[in-house]
Design a protein around this ligand. Structure first.
Ligand SMILES: [Zn+2]
Length: 205
């Protein structure tokens, strides 16, 4: 959902709260991170948990939130535990996906949703970054035949990593954030002033 409007700029807490209250049927507590493109996975606490790039909880009534604007948002869930992950190219090569799957005892019983991120259509990277992304997943995630610099498919890299970790049920909701200017924010398209796409996950009652 893309909200714009005039008025005083909202704090991260206010903007997350406003969106969550629109989509949630119940009153939920909210947990989020100061995201740093790392492989740090944290057990969620209400409010700003800490610095890191994935949150998990087995507490009902606590909604986890990840903010992205081209990076890949991921939700991973078992029957009694849920995690949200922020995975850009740095996190993907640092191992954030594997670190997040590690908080679940049985990877084969997980469902993972890969949310909207920048697509290979729009994600041009340098040769060095392309090589590192390919090494972390597969050469298949790099399209080198574009005439200029290579293009990388971050969502595909995440999907390959999840599959290798034993996750069988993987669902891609993939629109390209840079192409879909009506519904999604994109850092590549809008620059540092871009808004953020918010991904929430919680265990329902
Ligand atoms: Zn695109």
């Amino acid at each position: 959902m893309r909200f714009t409007g005039r008025g005083a700029p909202k704090t991260p807490r206010e903007s997350r709260r406003e969106v969550l209250d629109r989509i949630s049927p119940a009153s939920l507590e909210l947990a989020w991170l100061r995201q740093i493109h790392s492989n740090r996975v944290l057990e969620a606490q209400p409010g700003l948990t800490a610095e890191g790039d994935a949150l998990w909880t087995d507490q009902r009534g606590l909604a986890l939130c990840i903010a992205t604007a081209d990076c890949v948002p991921i939700v991973i869930a078992a029957a009694d535990r849920v995690a949200t992950v922020h995975a850009g190219w740095r996190g993907i090569i640092a191992g954030i996906v594997s670190a997040a799957v590690d908080v679940f005892p049985e990877p084969a019983r997980l469902t993972a949703w890969i949310g909207p991120a920048i697509g290979a259509c729009c994600y041009e990277v340098g040769e060095d970054v392309a090589t590192r992304i390919a090494e972390s997943a597969s050469p298949k995630v790099i399209n080198a035949n574009t005439g200029h610099r290579p293009h990388a498919d971050l969502s595909k890299a995440v999907e390959i990593q999840l599959s290798r970790l034993g996750v069988e049920d993987i669902r891609r909701l993939g629109e390209c954030t840079a192409c879909d200017c009506d519904r999604l924010w994109s850092y590549r398209r809008e620059g540092p002033g871009a808004g953020r796409n918010l991904t929430f996950a919680w265990i329902s009652e």
